[in-house]
Ligand binder design. Structure first.
Ligand code: GRF
Length: 208
């Protein structure tokens, strides 16, 4: 059984997609051991409680230094014996300490087709604004492992979504979530839980 810690900061619709896919048997051999939020008022915490999942709030601003924050986060994740960390709308830069301890065991969902519209400053609605400003006709979402860079880790899954002429950033964000994010994040977790993913030289290969 793959033990998962989900890190969140906001509404938690991606967390909900994971919970639903586990409950419906589309993610097999996996359970969420804890939801850790960087914000105490994140709605994701309520979603977790509704499903009897343990939660914790670990916010960088409550610690004297980044080092102390990193240690606390690592301790909490080790405490729930997580095999996989899922960043589901987590708005904090992941401490290097965590990346070193969980190499290719941290996944993130990014709302564009990496390497387009990613890297420093590309988060939330800003990503979709940039897609529209550039006039791209296709966007999408990417699930990738997390390394020390920003959105540079090995790509696990991607899904494309069309951009329409009358889209606003909000409309596009919703389409990307509904048609891409909520599908490929659970799908990537199911692959990892089934031990079907291998990373060689920064590339992900599917095992049968
Ligand atoms: C999603 O767009 C995700 O791609 C991004 O942050 C948003 C989180 O939404 N990283 P939610 O909290 O899962 O609803």
């Amino acid at each position: 059984m793959l033990r998962i810690a989900v890190l969140v900061s906001g509404g938690g619709t991606n967390l909900q997609a994971i919970i639903d896919n586990i409950n419906q048997g589309r993610i097999r051999n996996a359970e969420i051991k804890a939801v850790i939020s960087s914000k105490k008022d994140a709605y994701a915490i309520e979603r977790a409680h509704k499903h009897g999942i343990r939660t914790a709030v670990i916010s960088p601003k409550d610690y004297g230094s980044r080092e102390e924050f990193s240690q606390e986060l690592l301790m909490k994740i080790k405490g729930c014996q997580a095999d996989l960390i899922v960043l589901a709308g987590y708005l904090v830069i992941v401490p290097e300490l965590l990346i070193q301890n969980y190499r290719n065991k941290i996944v993130n969902i990014h709302p564009s087709l990496i390497p387009a519209f990613c890297g420093a400053g590309y988060y939330g609605l800003r990503v979709h604004e940039a897609v529209l400003e550039r006039g791209a006709k296709i966007t999408g979402a990417t699930v990738h492992f997390v390394d020390e860079g920003t959105d540079t880790g090995p790509i696990i899954l991607q899904k494309a979504v069309p951009v329409y002429d009358d889209d606003t950033p909000e409309i596009l964000q919703k389409r990307v979530m509904e048609e891409a994010e909520w599908h490929i994040l659970p799908e990537a977790i199911e692959l990892i839980a089934g031990n079907k993913v291998r990373v060689i030289n920064n590339r992900v290969y599917r095992k049968n």
